[in-house]
Ligand binder design. Structure first.
Ligand code: DGT
Ligand code: CA
Length: 573
């Protein structure tokens, strides 16, 4: 399907036109078309073949011609013409936090900035100071933004890493020479971002595995092609390393290459005390310069040989390690199968792409018992928040739908905006009508530490609020978390019976594993939600569960592991 490719080029076209200074009407048309095509439930090429492009809302004759040209030739003439005028590198400038199209236009026109490197140089040379509307603080924010983007480029989201790894694992698994194959490293630990993918293989014919690997179609360049180790870059510049090991060492190698480095160091310290040695080849008993192999075939054998219980990969981080090695207690971590529903998804009532019915049927098909349609409130204008009048219609739609569904219930929810003073966007009468209220900050991130803390504490004290959405506001690789007193907010959440969200959307993963680990110690309870804006996004739940496990959560720490009836009892505060 080329839907996403078409959406991407239209989106880029819109941005370039915006930098050029085109009227909003025109740029908006490109953005809108991009969004519609990205969410199109059928293949755009089929639509094109059947001459139905102009039947797509927002696609007129001219746009349809451009799309057809792109589908036929892989190029769009209008786009290429435009990039002669407005350099493509500006698309990256726009992506830098605190920049956006208006400032990109200003820097391009006044300073001939054509890409992020130019912008960095201009900042270093002090050229931004004095430009209209550019304060000292703006320059500082842009400088930080450039750094965040750079770091973001060095690390993939867990979502991307999972997808890339799955492709390589599937391709290599087909080889009869491959016995076992596992993606290790930070990906196996479920870390929020991943620098490179480390794949471990048990095979009797390493040479053949290496040869097939470096010639896979996903490979753009080969960094190393050895007898048992190879490293490549994908077409998207993601690094994938593979290693072939002997069956008798597979478990030890998996343990070693899963890491984390800190966890490995702690294991080694334990081993030394027991006159043992841990390496990627096995666990050895060491005495008088002689070594005897104790374990290595499986990870479980290795832990056992060290006198330790099996530690799930998600727990092998530096946070929590002290606690684990002190009392060697491994809690029964929450599992994907424990999740009974999703409490934060959107529909066409706000900025979602699917109707309530489409979302509900997809959730029911996953085996969930419930789904809360938590659409935005009006204050978030870009997301088309639901007005109080429309809420009545939305409620009616939900009631009608529920009447026709068996063993499944749609909850009437909202993701309500928190204003700069910590007040909510709906009044208490309206709020009291919802089954589920999750409160969220989408603006005013620049407030002081004290203000943000007060704002979040105040929200916890509102008796209609059940949870706080994406509590730190982080956008991985794009925006840093906002700063507030985490402990203070956790305490307020516990005191007022408010959950903190683990938002499973891969660019968020907010709270992250470390946050969750600490919040749990303060007694916080959690909801794990996907923030889905269309049906497929509900698959992100697995990343949320991984994050919950990284924070050592058990089933009872997570609200949406409750059955429908237990959940409803808990929601009536
Ligand atoms: P990443 O790739 O930065 O997201 O994180 P990891 O954890 O995948 O790190 P990576 O790819 O450098 O190495 C994979 C694993 O190999 C790592 O988690 C632990 C192990 N490892 C790598 N270098 C060392 C080392 O110098 N000492 C020890 N003990 N273990 C190491
Ligand atoms: Ca890695």
């Amino acid at each position: 399907m080329k839907n996403q490719d078409v959406a991407d080029i239209l989106e880029r076209m819109g941005t370039l036109l915006e930098i050029k200074g085109e009227i909003v009407f025109k740029t908006r048309a490109y953005y809108k078309a991009a969004e519609t095509i990205a969410g199109l439930p059928e293949d755009i090429e089929t639509v094109r073949k059947e001459n139905r492009l102009t039947e797509i809302p927002g696609i007129g004759k001219t746009l349809a011609e451009k799309i057809s040209q792109y589908l036929d030739t892989g190029r769009m003439k209008a786009y290429e013409e435009l990039t002669k005028e407005i350099p493509e590198g500006l698309l990256e400038v726009v992506e830098i936090p605190s920049v956006g199209p208006k400032k990109a236009k200003l820097f391009f026109e006044q300073l001939k900035v054509k890409n992020p490197q130019d912008l960095r140089k201009a900042i270093e040379a002090g050229k931004l100071a004095g430009l209209p509307g550019i304060q000292e603080k703006t320059i500082e924010n842009i400088r930080r933004g450039i750094k965040i983007v750079q770091q973001g480029r060095e690390r993939m989201h867990l979502g991307t890493a999972t997808q890339v790894a799955e492709e390589f694992v599937a391709a290599l698994k087909k080889l009869p020479e491959v016995n076992e194959i596992v993606a290790a490293g930070s990906l196996r630990r479920g870390r929020e971002t991943v620098r490179d993918i480390d794949i471990l293989i048990d095979s009797t014919n390493p040479q053949r595995v290496m040869d097939v690997f470096v010639h896979l179609p996903q490979v753009k360049s080969v960094n190393a092609h050895g007898e048992t180790k190879s490293s490549i870059l994908t077409q998207n510049n993601d690094q994938v390393d593979i290693r072939v090991v002997e069956p008798r060492s597979f478990g030890a190698a998996l343990l070693y290459f899963t890491g984390s480095k800190d966890f490995n160091i702690k294991l080694r310290q334990i081993a030394i005390k027991k006159e043992m040695k841990v390496s990627e080849y096995g666990i050895f008993f060491v005495k008088g310069g002689r070594e005897r192999m104790l374990a290595g075939k499986t990870e479980a054998d290795c832990f056992k040989a060290l006198g330790l219980p099996y530690v799930p990969p998600e727990m092998r981080e530096d946070f929590g390690a002290e606690e684990f090695f002190a009392d060697k207690n491994v809690p029964a971590l929450v599992e994907f199968k424990d999740i009974q529903g999703d409490l934060h998804v959107h529909s066409t009532w706000s900025d979602g792409q699917n109707t309530i019915a489409e979302m509900a049927h997809a959730a029911a098909a996953k085996g969930y018992q419930y789904l809360a349609l938590s659409d935005h409130s009006p204050r978030l204008r870009v997301a088309g928040g639901v007005t109080p009048e429309d809420l009545k219609k939305k409620k009616k739609e939900i009631d009608d739908l529920n009447a026709g569904m068996k063993d499944f219930c749609v909850l009437f929810g909202t993701e309500v905006e928190i204003d700069s003073a910590g007040n909510l966007d709906y009044n208490n009468t309206i709020l009291s009508a919802f089954d589920f209220v999750i409160a969220a900050i989408h603006s005013g991130f620049e407030q002081s530490f004290g203000q943000l803390t007060k704002r979040l504490v105040k929200v916890c004290q509102n008796k209609y609020v059940h949870a706080i959405a994406h509590p730190t506001g982080v956008h991985l690789g794009k925006r840093e978390p906002y700063h507030f007193d985490f402990q203070e907010v956790c305490k307020a959440a516990v005191d007022n019976n408010v959950c903190l969200e683990i938002n499973a959307f891969p660019i968020r993963l907010d709270l992250n594993g470390a946050n969750v680990y600490h919040a749990r110690k303060y007694g916080v309870k959690f909801v794990v939600d996907t923030d889905a804006h269309r049906v497929e996004h509900m698959d992100f739940m697995k990343f949320g569960v991984t994050t919950a496990r990284r924070g050592w959560l058990t089933k009872k720490d997570v609200l949406n592991t409750l059955s429908y009836s237990e959940l409803m009892k808990r929601l009536r505060k």
